[in-house]
Design a protein around this ligand. Sequence first.
Ligand SMILES: Nc1ncnc2c1ncn2[C@@H]1O[C@H](COP(=O)(O)OP(=O)(O)O)[C@@H](O)[C@H]1O
Ligand SMILES: [Mg+2]
Length: 227
Amino acid sequence: MTVVKAENVIKDYGLNGTTVHALRGVNLEFQGGEFAAIAGPSGSGKSTFLHLTGCLDTITGGSMQIGGSDTSKMSRKQLALLRRHSIGFIFQAYNLIPVLSVEENISFPLTLLGVDKNEVAERTAQALKDVGLEGMAKRRPKEMSGGQQQRVAIARALVKKPALILADEPTANLDSKIGREILELMLALNKSVGTTFIFSTHDQMVMDYARRVVHIRDGQVESDEVK
Ligand SMILES: Nc1ncnc2c1ncn2[C@@H]1O[C@H](COP(=O)(O)OP(=O)(O)O)[C@@H](O)[C@H]1O
Ligand SMILES: [Mg+2]
């Protein structure tokens, strides 16, 4: 099943009266169950592509289909619902809510979805277990290491059981040992639950984990290799 279909996707940003051409006609398709890396140097358009795929921003031209729906034909409200139900996003800087505990950060997306209280508690506990943070439910993000915070961010993304998880340089702020653990965790989820992962990176170690590596440069696909 095709999860993401980008056709000639263009993204321009307006910046101080000039235009930045961040994506210049990107054609990419991702199937369910993929474990794929978007690689490229800083400024090549990786985050832009992931933000567009995650419906966090809108395309300037071309078309983007997520799960068979054309996002350019959807209202803001429909996009928010698609994002809330079907997509988990892991940010480079974790983006946890500092005033909430670990378990509150993880359960928040479920509460938004209107899931019943007992199920929220159950799924949150399971997600904590999946990422190996059972004993840390009551901590605040600032009381944890970077790797632990990234685990919380992963738990928050997977607690919704989304078909697609997008991760923007998920290991960039972690040392390589912890980075490996995070990748192993993502890979285990990909294998056990079949969650589709698309992550960006400029780190060779991270690319080595991927079963497919798409290189982008200056807003265009340079190569697309399935291993
Ligand atoms: N909000 C923005 N406003 C203006 N330019 C932006 C914005 N976000 C990204 N860009 C520019 O778009 C290009 C691609 O950026 P980005 O997608 O962040 O690349 P990467 O994630 O590969 O480092 C860069 O030239 C960057 O400066
Ligand atoms: Mg980036």
